[in-house]
Design a protein around this ligand. Structure first.
Ligand code: GLC
Length: 444
């Protein structure tokens, strides 16, 4: 590692120290005062390089929020900050499954936990690793069982999501298009027609910290809120939710991450000599086959799918690249995806990988998940490139990602065109994954 990189590494640790809450790490002070599910997984992947105990604690802290039915919520609300406000929006206590001693959200996020458990485990000797796996296994198993039991009601092999926040890519175009077309309540349409957005802006937490042009637009935020309220009205009970709402999507990113997570779960079970329940094994096998139904042969891309009708949501986004990370697709398909990555009209920008391809009508350099480059999706795709033998691509992307953070700081996201920063500063997963990249980078 050269001197600049040494400094970058130390600066990244400082960010993680600033956001340290003792037993877990918040994504960023002010804007994100709680513990988030996939954030903590990425954070642990970075922290493991210099403090295995803290990395373990980060993941163990997630289990505080686990519901009795196995769900891991995307947020565990902090008891010190804004509990009343955020807690009262979610009111997790309306579900009999929610834990008594902490408030949580009522939805989940991409299942990165298995990956994080394994990555942290790599830092241990085998006896310690086995004991670590034994500690985490029951909760991880319950989570995967919940995913298939509640989110794959037709046993299709693909799990469904009920709120865009569950994808982690909050305002990704295919979801936003779907919401605007099918889930816009009358009162929000009226507010839009009457140009009343500015009135609602005062209720928004995020735009107090970040320019509103870099976030969800207010009309979309209102639609998110109305979906959230509907879920709460049904007490987060999936059978009631699916009975009365046609809004459910089998998300391409979420399901790709699940396929990889299943593989890790199988390895963890094997390492500690446990047998996975048979129905789970069947679902795991089914997922790999079912995922291929998300492929569109006309555009040669993967898309998310509407749950009821199986209609593909053909709006291009970074989700199309996620099967590289899943690792179940053929080498030929992987090569096609890599061509998209190389294409300078699509994902091959100067500071890749844009969350939406450059040639999309949705593309916007600084608007949250509608164009900017995010460090966690780069991490996932780099892992995928390595799995398929694209080592030069993986190395090049690692280098440009490190350079991007070096140039622009530990921001939440970046313009894929000129690398300029956007979103909140001192963002934990940007720091943590930079540590991971620096620690593994060959050219030291
Ligand atoms: C944003 C991101 C989401 C993340 C959260 C906390 O909402 O879209 O993926 O988990 O911030 O950092």
């Amino acid at each position: 590692m050269n001197e600049n990189q040494e400094n970058l590494l130390e600066a990244a640790k400082t960010v993680l120290e600033m956001n340290n809450q003792g037993t877990y790490t918040i994504p960023a002070a002010g804007m994100y005062p709680h513990q988030w599910l996939w954030d903590s997984c990425f954070i642990a992947i970075g922290i493991r390089h210099y403090d295995t105990e803290r990395a373990k604690m980060e993941l163990l802290s997630l289990l505080r929020g686990q519901w009795a039915n196995g769900m891991l919520p995307n947020m565990i609300l902090s008891s010190t900050s804004r509990k009343v406000r955020h807690g009262s929006v979610w009111r997790s206590w309306v579900s009999p499954h929610a834990p008594d001693d902490v408030s949580t959200s009522g939805i989940t996020q991409p299942p990165m936990l298995a990956e994080a458990i394994v990555q942290v485990g790599k830092k241990m000797k085998s006896a310690e690793r086995r004991s670590w796996y034994k500690t985490m296994y029951p909760a991880l198993l319950a989570y995967h069982q919940w995913l298939y039991r509640e989110r794959d009601p037709h046993s299709e092999g693909l799990v469904l999501q009920i709120h865009p926040w569950e994808t982690g890519l909050d305002n990704t175009p295919p979801w936003i298009q779907e919401l605007r077309d099918h889930q816009m309540p009358m009162w929000i349409r009226a507010a839009e027609k009457l140009r009343m957005e500015p009135l609602f802006n005062v209720f928004r937490h995020d735009v107090q910290f970040v320019p509103s042009a870099q976030r969800l637009n207010t009309i979309d935020a209102l639609v998110f809120y109305s979906v959230q309220r509907r879920l709460r009205r049904k007490s987060y009970d999936i059978s009631r939710i699916l009975n009365h709402s046609l809004f459910a999507i089998e998300d391409a990113t979420f399901n790709a991450i699940l396929i990889r997570a299943n593989e890790h779960l199988v390895d963890i079970a094997k390492t500690i000599s446990r047998e996975l329940p048979e129905d789970l094994q069947t679902s795991i096998e089914k997922s790999k086959v079912a995922y291929e139904q998300l492929w569109d042969q006309y555009s040669n891309q993967y898309y998310s799918r509407e749950f009821i009708t199986h209609r593909l949501l053909k709006v291009p986004s970074i989700a199309t690249l996620m099967p590289l990370y899943a690792g179940h697709i053929t080498q030929e398909r992987a090569e096609r995806l890599v061509r998209l990555l190389e294409d300078s009209h699509q994902f091959g920008t100067d500071f890749p990988i844009p969350s939406v391809p450059l040639n999309s009508e949705w593309f916007n350099t600084h608007a949250y998940w509608q164009g900017p480059t995010w460090i966690n999706t780069n991490w996932l795709i780099i892992e995928g490139l390595k799995r398929y033998g694209f080592h030069d691509h993986a190395e090049a992307l690692t280098e440009t990602t490190i350079d991007l953070v070096q140039q622009s700081g530990f921001y939440e996201y970046f313009s894929p065109i000129d690398g300029s920063p956007a979103g909140i500063n001192n963002f934990s997963w940007t720091a943590a994954l930079t540590i991971d990249f620096l620690s593994k980078n060959k050219r030291k």
